[in-house]
Design a binder for this molecule. Sequence first.
Ligand code: F6R
Length: 609
Amino acid sequence: MCGIVAATASREVAEILMEGLRRLEYRGYDSAGLALISNKAALQMRRRKGKVKELEMALSHQPLTGFNGIAHTRWATHGEPSELNAHPHTSGGRVAVVHNGIIENHESLRNELKEKNYKFSSDTDTEVIAHLLHYYLEKHGKSLSEALRASVLQLEGAFALSAIDIAHPNQIVASRRDSPLVIGVGIGEYFIASDQLALRQVTDRFIYLEENDTVLVAPDFLEVRNAQEVVVERKITQITSSPEENMLGSYSHFMQKEIFEQPKALHATLAATNDSESAGLFSPEIEKTFDIIKAVQIVACGTSYHAGLVARYWFEELAGIPCQVEIASEFRYRQRVTQPATLLITVSQSGETADTLAALRGIGSAEFVASLAISNVDNSTLVRESDLVFLTKAGAEVGVASTKAFTTQLASLLAITLALGRRNGMHEDQEQEISSALDSLPDTISGVLKMDSQIRDLSAKFTRRKNALFLGRGVYYPVAMEGALKLKEISYIHAEAYAAGELKHGPLALVDEDMPIVAIAPADQLLEKLRSNLEEVRARGGQLCVFADPDSGLESSADLLVLMMPDCADYIKPIVYTVALQLLAYYVALNKGTDVDKPRNLAKSVTVE
Ligand code: F6R
C-alpha cells in the first residue's frame, strides 16, 4: 500500500532511495518518484507512471544529485495511476511530500486550501498535505517540524508521511498514524521507510515509531515527539537477519524462492515452538492463557484468513475447543456476541493489515480473555498492540502471493492445537502422533517440492483457460480456497473453490469440457463422498486434476489426471497439499507471462481499509 523511503546524509542519497524503492516495490507499483534537495538548495523531482524500473530509466538519462531526499512507490487509492498523481507532491516549489494511507477529510481540506488560493495539480488526497505544510511554513513562519505538527493535527485517516523543504535543506520530517514507519539509524545519517527491508543495505539499527509520533531528522540530529508533542526517546533495535535475505539468488521469482524455502521456514518455526527461550513463542503468559480459555475467535484477511479456516477444523476436531473464524473487514463492523473465556487470535503475515489491526483495536475491553497475534514480522503494529505474540519464522516474504507465511502460520496453529488439546483431554497417543507429524513436516514438504516438474507439466492444461474450480471437503475445503486464491491473484484466471458437496447445489452448471477442476483427495473418511462428486463432474465432461494420496485408489485415465502426493500423517496434509497448489499457480502464471511477484492491482501489505 505505497512505500516510503527517505534519507538525509553527508553523501549522495539518490541510489540509496532507489534501492529502497526496489525493495519496497512489493507495497505498490502503479508509479514511482523521488525528490531531492540539490546542493544549491533547489528542489528536483522525477516521477514516472509504472514500476520502479521506469523511474530508474528516467534517472539514468537525467540523474539527480543531493544529500537529502524522499521517494515513493504507489498503490493508487485516490486518482488513477499517472505521472501527475505519482508522489512526491509539491507545494510552492519548496515543499515535497510522500504519503502512504488515506486522508479521509481530504475534500474539506482541499476546499479550505483552494480558498487560500492553493492550486491542485493531482487527484490525490496527498496533495493537501503538501499545501498544508507550505501554508504553515510560509504564512505562519513555522519551522519544518512545527509545520508538520500543525498539519498532522488537521489530518483524519491513516498515514505515514515524510516531507522535505528547501528552506531546511538538511532536514526531513515524518509522522505516522495507523500506517507503519521506521527510522533507520546510520552513522551521521538517518533514513526513514515504511518497512525496514528498504534500508537493510544501509543499516541494521531501527526505531519503530508509535502512533502519532512526529519526527525531525538531519544527518546528525534526531528528535521524536509523541502524540502530546513531548520529545521522547524511542528504543533502537538491532536487527540480526542477513541483509541478503530478500535477494533472489538463483531463483527466477521471489514466489518461487519462497515456495522452495518452506522446509527451512517450517523447520525454524517448529524449532521456535519448542524453544521456551525464544521471544514470545509459547511464553509462560501464553501457557497461562491457554489454561483458562474455553473458545477461540480467529480474525484475519486473505490467505491468513484461510489459515484460520483450516485451524478451525483442528481446534474443534483435535482439541475440542469451539472456534469461530471471520474476515477482519466484516468482524470489525459487526455487532457480536462473544462466548465467555474466548481467546482472540489475529493472523497476519505483515502485522500491518489495516482491517486486522482495526478489528483488534475495536474489541470490547472485557470481550476476550486476551489477544494473541500470529505474525511473521516482529515489531509490527499488530505484534506491538496484542497481549500475546506467536512469531512465525518464515523470514522476509517479498512475493505478493503469500506462500511460506501461510504454511508457517498453519504449522504454528497446529502447534497451538496440540497445546490446547493437551489441556482438553487429548489422548497421549494422539499427542505423540501430532508431534511426530509436525517433526516430519519439513522433509515431507521437500518431497512435494520434488514434484516440481510434474506440476509444471500439469500447469499447461490451465494456461489458456478462463476459469477453474477447486474442490475439497472438510479441512481441505479451505485448502481449495487458498489454491483458488493463489491461481487467481497471479495468473488472473477466474478461480473459485467449493466444498465438493455443494457442487450439485449450483456450480455444477458451470462444468463443461472447458472447465478444469482441481480436486484435493487425500484418503480420509470423506474420500468416498468426494469420489462421487468427481463422478458428477466427469459425467459432464469436466477436466479433472486430482491431488491424491498413494492409497486413494484413484488412477489417471483419459479425463482424470491423478498426481500422487507424498505419504504422510493426516494431520499435516492440509499444509502438504497447499504446497502443490502453490506450485501449480506459480507455473500457470509463468506460462501466461504475468508478473508473478507483483500481480496487477495488488500490494503485499494492505495498510488501507
Ligand atoms: C494472498 C495474500 C493476501 C494476504 C492478505 C492479508 O496471497 O497474500 O491475501 O494474505 O492481504 O495479509 P496479512 O497476512 O499480511 O495480514
